[in-house]
Design a binder for this molecule. Structure first.
Ligand code: UD1
Ligand code: UDP
Length: 358
C-alpha cells in the first residue's frame, strides 16, 4: 500500500518525523506531500536537514494568505497530487489549515485518511485550530489519539469505536530522537550568554495573542517585568507572524532577547535548561511536560489539559498580573510529574495499525 504523508508547518514536520523515519527504514512505499504553508528556511528546511528526512516529493507552495485562500490553495493542490499518485492512505498530523485541506481533499476522493494527534479539544471555536481539528477528526478513518482523554472525547462525539486508537503522541518519539544531542548542546546557550536555570524561554505566536494588540502588549509587559524582577534574560525565538505584528502594531519588546526561530536541537536545549518556559504553543506545552521543565501557558484554555493535571503547566491568559503570579508559582514547582503522552512508540503503533508495521 502506498502511503502519503502530508505536512506543511514546523510542528507537523517535527511530529511526523518519527513516522517518516520508520517508513524509510522499513523501505515502505511512501512519499511526502508538503503543502508549503511554512516555507522560510528556519520554519521548514532546517527541520528536514536536522532530522535527516527525505525530501518532499511534492511541494504545493501554498504559502501565506487568508484562511480561505491558504486552505483553498492546499485543497486544490492536494487533490491533484492524490488523483495522480493514488495512495492507499493519507496521514496528516495536528490542527493546521494544511491538515483540514489535506483531509478534505482525500476523503472526497474516497482515499483512507489517518489523523495523528486526534481528539484534542480546547472547546474554543474562536481558534482556527479548533475548527480544523474537529473537522479533521470527523472526516478521518483512523483516529490516532495521544491520550485516554482524547479517546474519551472522540467517543463522546459519537465517532465509531473501531476508528479510535490510543497510540501516545509522536512528540515523545521526536524528543527521544534528539534529546541526547540537545542535552550535549552548549553552543546555543553560549551564543546567547546564558546558562542552565538562569533564563526564561518564551514562544508566542498564536493568532488570538499576537493579532490582538491588547493581548500581545499585555504579554510583552509581563515578560519585561519578569526580566526586571528576576534579573534573568527572556529568550524569545520569535515566529514570523509575531515579528511582523510586533512592528505592524508598533509594540515595544525592549529588553527582551529576540532571536530567530531556532532549529529543533537548539530549541530542545533551550527548553531543557530554562528556569521556566512561557508559551502559547501546543507542542511546547507537551515538550516541557515531557522534559520536566515548568511551563506557563499564555492562553485562557488548552487542548492539552493533561499537562495541567499532572502539574507541569498552568493557564495564565494574557494579563500581566496573572502571568506574573503564575510564573512565581511555577518557578517553585518540583519537576517530578509523570509524562502523560506515552512511551515513545506512537509512530510504531500507528504504522502497525495501518498495516505498515515491520
Ligand atoms: C500556523 C498554524 C498554527 C500553528 C503554527 C505553527 C493554522 C491556522 N495555523 O500558524 O496552528 O501553531 O502554524 O508554527 O494553520 N510566515 C513566514 N514564513 C513562513 C511561514 C509564515 O514568514 O515560513 C509568516 C507570514 O507572514 C504569514 C504568517 O507568518 O502570514 C503566518 O503564517 P501562517 O502559516 O498563516 O500561520 P502561523 O501563524 O504560522
Ligand atoms: N520549535 C523549534 N524552534 C523554535 C520554536 C519552536 O524547533 O524556535 C519547535 C518546538 O520544539 C515544538 C514545535 O516547534 O516541537 C512547536 O511548534 P509551534 O509552536 O510553531 O506550533 P504549535 O505546536 O503551537 O502548533
Amino acid at each position: 500500500m502506498k502511503i502519503a504523508v502530508s505536512l506543511g508547518t514546523r510542528p507537523e514536520i517535527i511530529k511526523l518525523a518519527p513516522i517518516i523515519k520508520l517508513l524509510e527504514s522499513r523501505g515502505a512505499d511512501f512519499f511526502i506531500l508538503h503543502t508549503g504553508q511554512h516555507y522560510s528556511y528556519e520554519m521548514d528546511r532546517v527541520f528536514f536537514q536536522e532530522l535527516e528526512l527525505p525530501a518532499a516529493k511534492f511541494n504545493i507552495g501554498a504559502g501565506s494568505g487568508t484562511h480561505a485562500r491558504q486552505t483553498a490553495e492546499i485543497l486544490v493542490g492536494v487533490e491533484g497530487i492524490l488523483e495522480k499518485e493514488k495512495p492507499g492512505i493519507v496521514l496528516a498530523e495536528g490542527d493546521t489549515n494544511s491538515v483540514l485541506a489535506t483531509v478534505l481533499a482525500a476523503v472526497k476522493l474516497h482515499i483512507k485518511t489517518g489523523h495523528v494527534e486526534a481528539g484534542l479539544r480546547s472547546y474554543d471555536r474562536n481558534m482556527p485550530e479548533e475548527i480544523n481539528r474537529v473537522l479533521a477528526d470527523h472526516c478521518c478513518d483512523y483516529l490516532f489519539a495521544p491520550t485516554q482523554k482524547a479517546v474519551g472525547i472522540l467517543r463522546g462525539e459519537g465517532l465509531p469505536e473501531e476508528k479510535v486508537f490510543l497510540t501516545g503522541n509522536t512528540i515523545v518519539d521526536a524528543v527521544n530522537l534528539m534529546k541526547d544531542r540537545a542535552a550535549a548542546n552548549r553552543r546555543v546557550l553560549a551564543a546567547h550568554g546564558i546558562c542552565r536555570g538562569n533564563y526564561f524561554l518564551v514562544t508566542v505566536h498564536r493568532q488570538e495573542n499576537v493579532d490582538v494588540p491588547e493581548r500581545f502588549a499585555g504579554i510583552l509587559g509581563a515578560l519585561k517585568t519578569l526580566l526586571a524582577e528576576y534579573r534573568m534574560p527572556v529568550i524569545y525565538p520569535i515566529h514570523p507572524r509575531s515579528r511582523k505584528n510586533l512592528s505592524a502594531l508598533g509594540l515595544d519588546a525592549g529588553g527582551l532577547t529576540l532571536i530567530e526561530p531556532t532549529s529543533y536541537v537548539d530549541f530542545l536545549a533551550l527548553e531543557l535548561n530554562a528556569a521556566l518556559v512561557l508559551t502559547d504553543s501546543g507542542g511546547v506545552q507537551e515538550e516541557t511536560c515531557i522534559l520536566r521543565v515548568p511551563c506557563v501557558t499564555l492562553r485562557d484554555n488548552t487542548e492539552r489539559p493533561e499537562t495541567v493535571e499532572v502539574g507541569a503547566n498552568i493557564l495564565a491568559g494574557a494579563s500581566r498580573e496573572n502571568i506574573l503570579n503564575c510564573a512565581e508559582l511555577m518557578l517553585g514547582k518540583k519537576p517530578a510529574w509523570p509524562n502523560p503522552f506515552g512511551d515513545g512508540t506512537a509512530a510504531h503503533r500507528i504504522l502497525q495499525i495501518i498495516g505498515a508495521g515491520a
